[in-house]
Design a protein around this ligand. Structure first.
Ligand SMILES: [Mn+2]
Length: 286
């Protein structure tokens, strides 16, 4: 069991601020490196691994776009810029990255170019707004061509392994708009580091005796059973630590929480979770 260090107060003391929409031009070589597997396993890196976790970006041409002067991808750009400044190896978006699948081509193209320009691994777990259905935005050619974008339930079944990082990220994508249990099954650990991602509503002890509406419930026992180094949750707009024992966190949405979670998997085996402030337009209710 790795020690979990959560500095108090639970935020990044550096309070780093970033411009909201700075495009970054970087050659995409990381994904190519991951695919060039050597004949013998890589030695594990002798350094910290950094994962930036966000969720509920709700990229759209409606509500989110209006928050950002018409640019529905501004939150995405802001999250990726913060991740780059944090030296992230991977960005993990835990559901509802897109508000829906019926979006204008220009918006999808802009999202694709923002992700491609980030020059880092981006892992997406589809949520209840953007499930991995047949007409999902993720099947759109222009997103499917983004080499550094990995989508659970679309490009990978339930897990993505990054051998050069000694890291696996797994999670069950929403496959339709109905109910499901994100952590109904757990995945055995195969790598030094393992992160589990889920999109749903946390309650300590879920009552599944009635299912009046889809709730995608996540309970304490299920979180503990993952045995993961970090459980990345989405569906809540606010940031929160939940569960009992395993490091399980909602990142909250960028515009409501105003932060992303920075997860540092240290070379000495610790998991250090902080939050970094975003320079982003905020929800009126935030
Ligand atoms: Mn949701």
């Amino acid at each position: 069991m790795h020690k979990v260090i959560v500095p108090s107060p639970y935020r990044d003391p550096a309070d780093v601020r970033f411009p909201a929409s700075t495009a970054i031009a970087t050659a995409i070589t990381i994904d190519m490196l991951d695919r060039m597997l050597p004949a013998t396993p890589d030695p594990l890196p002798v350094r910290d691994i950094v994962v930036v976790h966000s969720s509920d970006l709700h990229i759209d041409h409606d509500y989110t776009a209006r928050l950002h002067g018409g640019d529905g991808t501004a939150g995405l750009a802001c999250v990726l810029q913060a991740a780059r400044s944090a030296g992230a190896d991977v960005v993990l978006l835990a559901g509802d990255t897109f508000d829906c699948h019926r979006l204008p081509h220009d918006l999808i193209a802009r999202a694709a170019s923002v992700i491609a320009a980030a020059g880092m691994r981006v892992v997406v777990l589809p949520g209840n707004h953007d499930p991995a259905v047949a007409d999902a935005v993720y099947h759109h050619g222009i997103l499917a061509e983004v080499g550094n974008l990995h989508v659970l339930g679309i490009t990978h079944e339930e897990a993505i392994e990054f051998p050069k990082l000694g890291l696996e990220i797994w999670g069950r994508a929403h496959r339709d708009y109905g109910d499901m249990i994100p952590f109904e099954r757990v995945r055995p650990r195969r790598t030094r580091w393992q992160i589990a991602a889920g999109h749903g509503h946390y309650v300590p002890i879920p009552d599944r005796s009635t299912r009046l509406r889809p709730s995608w419930l996540i309970g304490d026992d299920e979180i503990a059973a993952t045995g993961a180094d970090y459980v990345a949750l989405g569906h809540w707009n606010r940031a929160a630590k939940v569960g009992n024992g395993v490091a399980a966190y909602y990142s909250g949405s960028p515009e409501y929480a105003g932060t992303v979670n920075v997860v540092r998997l240290t070379n000495t085996g610790d998991v250090v979770v902080t939050r970094t402030e975003l320079d982003i337009a905020r929800e009126p209710s935030a």
